[in-house]
Design a protein around this ligand. Structure first.
Ligand code: ADP
Ligand code: MG
Length: 480
């Protein structure tokens, strides 16, 4: 029997914590890291007699995202109560949006390999976060910290449009970049400001109806999303190929064991007994607010990437990589300005040596010990032939370690390129004189030895001789 070919189907639900200063329905602070239960007010606790009031800033942020993904902004949307019992949900319900969300029918462009794909965004809705249960700090007990209760979230739900873990990660990264460009979410995944539930199913290739899915909850790194999805794909295919069926359920990913485990069987919407929250008026958004928000939109990643291609002559790939984050894009442009050098050279250094060094030390671009002026200064010296590209790597490392500008490092370490032909010729004479056996072989036709002589000259100058000049002068000398 021919082995069955499977198609993977993935849809993501992403929770982005909105970067408002106060909560979505109260004036309590949203600052991270406060002592437990010091930032939950009577409204967040749902004490009797309180009334929620919607945070205008959270609405503007939802509109921003909606415009950035070319979605429809609902003129009228409704807040609903989603009822369930859990220790970290003191009200017994979460205020969310259900039937009428604020944002609908958007799209996001992703690059995977050298292909481009458009992923549909079904909806984005506003809701409040719950508190946190703390299991680690107490033996045999669970602590409850309600500081997070009432923190505004935007839940962004994709269409089941992704066909591999790599596409899912590309989508999540693109959305992550977008919320940071828009400054509506700090994107801090370790603190849980940007987290993902991954819905995964498989079906025989060619089948048009969807297979039964599982939902893996609370994935808070790109790596975990990729691993959890790949684990699920394999698990489901193994199950189906051995004659079993996939249970529709909610699962948890264990990063220590790299596996997902069942958490609970999937609840249906009617388990939540959704109904419109009687304490909140429908959210009405008029055209003038939408236009106002539209005018505040910054240049977005796709626009920036297109501009980098036309203005700096970069490839689609380079432009997409550099516009991954606004900070990286700004760093690149500042380097081009500071260096007055070839944009391609700047791009190579920002994506190459700089990115590698940041990676090595676990730093973000904002924490880079070298700023764009420093890097630009180094690239200027490559461009004007003060140093070779190879020596530049050495200068870069010294700049990084010693936090000094390029010119100072080049001067102090005596790394200036030797371009003076008289000086180079003198060294060539010495090298040739010291290697008579190789000279004889070369003259009798062993032309490969030319490289040997170049190497010796470079060595004698500690790599500082201008390589083009060395080649030219050696050729003259040896063909004489
Ligand atoms: P909920 O999880 O709240 O029940 P939905 O039915 O709206 O909500 O689906 C949530 C997510 O699951 C969406 O991103 C959707 O694209 C995705 N999804 C739905 N069905 C499947 C499926 N069969 N396979 C993979 N993803 C799916
Ligand atoms: Mg869900």
């Amino acid at each position: 029997m021919k082995e069955m070919e499977w198609e993977v189907v993935i849809g993501l639900e992403i929770h982005a914590q909105l970067a408002t200063r106060s909560k979505i329905f109260s004036g309590a602070s949203t600052a991270y890291g406060a002592a437990p239960n010091t930032q939950a007010c009577a409204i967040d606790l749902g004490l009797p007699g309180v009334l929620p009031v919607l945070n205008r800033e959270a609405v503007r942020m939802a509109i921003k995202l909606g415009l950035a993904i070319e979605a429809t902004i609902a003129r009228r949307s409704i807040f609903a109560r989603k009822n369930y019992f859990y220790p970290d949900l003191p009200k017994g319900y979460q205020i969310s949006q259900y039937e009428l969300p604020v944002v609908e029918k958007g799209r996001l462009r992703i690059l995977v390999g050298d292909g481009e794909r458009i992923i549909g965004v079904t909806r984005a809705h506003l809701e409040e976060d719950a508190g946190k249960s703390l299991h680690e700090d107490f033996h045999g007990l669970t602590g409850i910290d309600l500081n997070r209760a009432g923190t505004p979230l935007l839940e962004i739900v994709s269409e089941p449009d992704m066909r591999s873990a790599a596409e899912a990660v590309a989508y999540m990264k693109k959305l992550h970049a977008l919320v940071r460009y828009l400054e509506i979410c700090d994107g801090n995944m370790q603190e849980g400001s940007f987290r993902c539930d991954a819905n995964v199913s498989v079906r025989p290739k060619g089948e048009t109806s969807l297979g039964t899915r599982t939902e893996t909850k609370n994935l808070n790194s790109f790596r975990f999303v990729e691993k959890a999805i790949n684990y699920e794909i394999e698990r489901q295919i193994d199950l189906l190929e051995s004659g079993g069926t996939v249970a529709q359920e909610t699962r948890l990913y264990d990063s220590n064991k790299n596996e997902t485990r069942p958490m609970r069987s999937k609840e249906e919407a009617n388990d939540y007994r959704y109904f419109p929250d009687p304490d909140l008026l429908p959210l009405e958004i008029d055209e003038s607010l939408i236009e106002e928000v539209r005018r505040e939109l910054p240049e977005l990643p796709d626009e920036k990437s297109a501009r980098f291609q036309s203005q700096y002559g970069l490839s689609d790939y380079d432009a997409a990589t550099l516009t991954d984050s606004r900070e990286l894009a700004d760093f690149f442009e500042a380097t081009v300005t500071a260096a007055g050098a070839e944009p391609k050279l700047c791009a190579n250094w920002v994506m190459g040596d700089l990115a590698a060094a940041l990676n090595r030390f676990g730093l973000t671009i904002d924490q880079s010990p070298l700023n764009a002026e420093h890097l630009g200064g180094l690239l200027t010296r490559i461009e004007d032939n003060t140093i070779s590209g190879k020596i530049a790597k050495q200068v870069f490392n010294l700049m990084w370690d010693k936090r000094r500008p390029a010119d100072e490092v080049i001067e102090r370490q005596g790394l200036k390129q030797i371009t003076d032909s008289a000086a180079i010729e003198k060294i060539i004479d010495e090298v040739v004189a010291n290697n008579p056996a190789q000279l004889e072989q070369y003259c009798s036709g062993k032309e490969k030895l030319f490289g040997f002589f170049v190497g010796q000259v470079m060595r004698a100058t500690q790599g500082k001789a201008n390589p083009q000049e060395v080649n030219k002068l050696l050729k003259q000398k040896l063909t004489r």
